[in-house]
Design a binder for this molecule. Structure first.
Ligand SMILES: Nc1ncnc2c1ncn2[C@@H]1O[C@H](COP(=O)(O)OP(=O)(O)OP(=O)(O)O)[C@@H](O)[C@H]1O
Ligand SMILES: [Mg+2]
Length: 399
């Protein structure tokens, strides 16, 4: 979520922006006029310390002052996008560009223009922030441990399990025997059904062990065909309740010590266990469908994770499920409400429930279907086909 801050005393402008962005929270930073003699460098520090990704300066601030503030912000936080609200002459434009001002907009701009300007600025910040992050794969490789990818959604039925299972199978096709999946829907996990497994053990079998060492972990894993290893959820909710955050953390450590990829399916919401998994993850894949409740829920979850400072140094990805549903909201509505760009859209298809019921992931049973292609595209984010170490499908088939 990219926070927006309006450095202005104009309530009218705040209302206009709120309306344009369909946002009902506070946006404005100061109540009084910007008095003379203010130290603009400290002001820039104060503004950026709020964590805002987009800062609009004005109306009610002289253009020269706004540009100077932008210049200071650019020096401390070049990834933050600054919008000057006002009108600039040609000379002033040049200075604005040199100061790193992202855009200039009139305080009289209509809702559509405001939406465009703020959205473009937020997008630029998202990209700039992503580039500032160390590459998750690189980091994982350096630590000599696998890449942990947690699939998270606030709302039940968003498609977490469908995505986790297909992503894990797609990664296992590229990296046979080097991929694992952990079912952290500890009460009602259904990875077992979706992969047609008959596990002998689950994560709960480690409850009595003093520690989850590599030998015990190997015993607890269920092997699916040759390629994929699964640490399943217990089949009794009572046992699931007993699994602690510490056990979850050490299970993820153990798996990432042995596998190149660890996909973590989570339960709906943001439980303690999910937070423990997010803490151990390199990548968080947020998924939601086109319903207002899912979008609102996701916005809240992302904001909560920001507040808890749990997204630092994590790569975030946003998947829109059932993206072709005609439900009166557009994809750009979803993107601006959540504050993230959609990376991959998964269409609706009856093949999804059918494949989950049959226990045969779509990526294998109907690899050419639009949904399977979307899953493949998601797997490409983590391991593009043809990358060193990745087994291509063609090679696998010839084996
Ligand atoms: N793109 C899709 N098209 C059609 N049906 C889908 C799609 N994605 C998921 N489904 C179906 O929606 C239901 C919920 O999906 P899934 O179990 O993956 O969600 P979940 O987020 O894991 O749910 P829970 O929170 O209950 O674990 C399943 O029946 C699944 O088959
Ligand atoms: Mg699920």
């Amino acid at each position: 979520m990219t926070r927006i801050l309006l450095a202005t005393n104009s309530e009218q402008f705040e209302n206009n922006v709120r309306e344009a962005l369909e946002y009902d929270g506070a946006l404005r930073w100061w109540e009084d006029d910007l008095g003379a003699g203010v130290d603009l460098e400290s002001l820039a520090k104060e503004l950026t310390s709020t964590g805002a990704g987009v800062i609009a300066v004005g109306p009610g601030v002289r253009p020269e002052t706004a540009i100077e503030i932008a210049d200071h912000i650019d020096k401390i936080h070049p990834e933050v996008s600054v919008i000057v609200v006002g009108s600039l002459g040609a000379k002033m434009w040049e200075r604005a560009l040199r100061a790193g001002v992202r855009d200039v907009v009139s305080h009289k701009a209509d809702a559509e223009e405001l939406r465009q300007v703020f959205w473009r600025a937020a997008e630029a910040t998202i990209l700039a922030r992503a580039n500032l992050l160390p590459d998750a794969a690189e980091k994982a490789r350096k630590d000599n441990r696998g890449r942990v990818v947690a699939v998270v959604a606030p709302k039940g039925g968003s498609g977490k399990t469908a995505l986790s299972v297909n992503l894990a199978v797609a990664l296992a096709q590229r990296h046979p025997s080097k991929t694992s999946i952990l079912d952290l829907d500890l009460l009602f996990g259904d990875v077992t059904n979706a992969l047609l497994l008959n596990p002998e053990h689950s994560i709960a079998d480690a409850l009595d062990a003093p520690q989850l060492d590599p030998t015990l972990l190997k015993v607890l894993l269920t092997r699916r065909e040759r390629d994929l290893f699964v640490l399943t959820a217990p089949d009794s909710p009572a046992l699931g309740e007993m699994v602690t955050n510490e056990l979850v953390s050490s299970a993820i450590d153990g798996l990432s010590g042995q596998f190149e990829y660890v996909v973590v399916d989570t339960a709906a919401g943001l439980s303690e266990v999910t937070l423990a998994a997010i803490d151990k993850s390199d990548d968080i894949v947020f998924i939601c469908d086109m319903s207002v409740s899912a979008v609102r829920g996701l916005h809240k979850v992302v904001s909560a994770l920001h507040t808890l400072d749990m997204l630092r140094e994590k790569k975030r990805h946003f998947i829109l499920n059932r993206a072709d549903s005609k439900v009166g909201i557009s994809i750009s509505d979803v993107e601006s409400a959540v504050g993230m760009e959609v990376d991959v859209r998964i269409p609706s298809s009856r093949l999804v429930p059918r494949s989950m019921n049959e226990g045969t992931p779509l990526i294998e049973s109907a690899p050419k279907s639009p949904v399977a292609r979307a899953f493949d595209e998601i797997a490409d984010i983590f391991s593009p086909r043809g990358e060193p170490g990745a087994t291509t499908k063609a090679r696998r088939w010839r084996q």
